[in-house]
Write a protein that binds this ligand. Structure first.
Ligand SMILES: Nc1ncnc2c1ncn2[C@@H]1O[C@H](COP(=O)(O)OP(=O)(O)O)[C@@H](O)[C@H]1O
Ligand SMILES: [Mg+2]
Length: 268
């Protein structure tokens, strides 16, 4: 975790010098970058980004377990593009996608590109402490260069693509050939990167089930006492059983807050 704290220290110094908040860098420029952008600090991000704000917490440990399961799957090969979804809104997709991304990028070897693919409720930027600048929407509609849209974070192995401007036709956009092309381009151009997409919920939108055809694996978040069993089963069918890498049972309960700062129980 020393690396993160080094980054945080450096961030403080850069802020004092008036460093800009946002900057886009090509992935292949990372190594050359002597002055990476100021981002992803404990000051700016959501405190629930526990893998950064409370790296020694129980929750952060659970994300390490999840990280190991993804990086070293018991069967089959490691998946390079993973979508995080759920049956309904508010089950913890963004919480899981962001924390998983930080957890993996904090490891020794893996680079991660976090993508906000929830055009209806884009929240990943808030978790990470960014504003929602141009991103996936601009790539899909205006054919903007990915290198100009992807944000490098201070966590040097983590990059981020925000959702971008609001979309009037999210289902069509995310199910489009352009979206398929996006994943192909990212895979070819940034082949050292694990892509984690924070997607829309399956039962409330059409896009997640289509998107699951374009990614290699899906993580399904199920929030305790939120999604009825039959809806979870329907969601599994809509996504395709074979695509699902695992189900995260998010047992988070607000009442647990009385016991401490951040709580979330995950069981696989
Ligand atoms: N395990 C958890 N521990 C603490 N807070 C959580 C947990 N899971 C979700 N939350 C909080 O619940 C709210 C909804 O979660 P979010 O990830 O935004 O859901 P979704 O992206 O599925 O709509 C957010 O405020 C999030 O921070
Ligand atoms: Mg969300």
């Amino acid at each position: 975790m020393g690396r993160i704290f080094d980054a945080l220290e450096k961030r403080k110094k850069d802020t004092a010098l008036g460093g800009g908040m946002l900057s886009a860098k090509r992935t292949d420029e990372i190594e050359k970058d002597k002055n990476p952008p100021v981002l992803l600090s404990q000051d700016g991000c959501d405190p629930k980004l526990v893998t950064l704000t409370a790296p020694d917490s129980f929750d952060a440990e659970l994300f390490k377990v999840l990280r190991a399961q993804i990086l070293f799957p018991q069967s089959g090969t490691r998946k390079k593009s993973i979508m995080v979804t759920s049956a309904f809104p508010g089950e913890g997709k963004t919480f899981v996608a962001a924390n998983l991304g930080v957890s993996i990028a904090s490891g020794i070897n893996e680079h991660v590109l976090l993508v906000d693919g929830d055009f209806r409720r884009p929240n990943l930027h808030k978790m990470l402490g960014y504003s929602n600048t141009a991103g996936l929407h601009e790539y899909l509609t205006d054919k903007k260069d990915l290198a100009d849209l992807i944000i490098r974070t201070r966590l040097d192995k983590l990059s981020f693509l925000p959702a971008g401007s609001p979309s009037h036709n999210p289902s069509e956009l995310l199910a489009s050939n352009e979206m398929k092309g996006f994943l192909e381009e990212v895979r070819d151009r940034y082949d050292d990167r694990l892509i984690i997409i924070d997607a829309a919920p399956v039962q409330a939108t059409a896009e997640a089930s289509v998107l699951s055809n374009y990614v290699e694996g899906v993580i399904l978040v199920v929030r305790s006492q939120k999604a009825p069993r039959e809806m979870v089963l329907r969601t599994v069918e809509a996504l395709g059983r074979n695509k699902i890498l695992g189900v995260i049972f998010n047992g988070y309960s607000k009442s647990l807050k009385q016991y401490g700062k951040y709580y979330g129980n995950y069981y696989r």
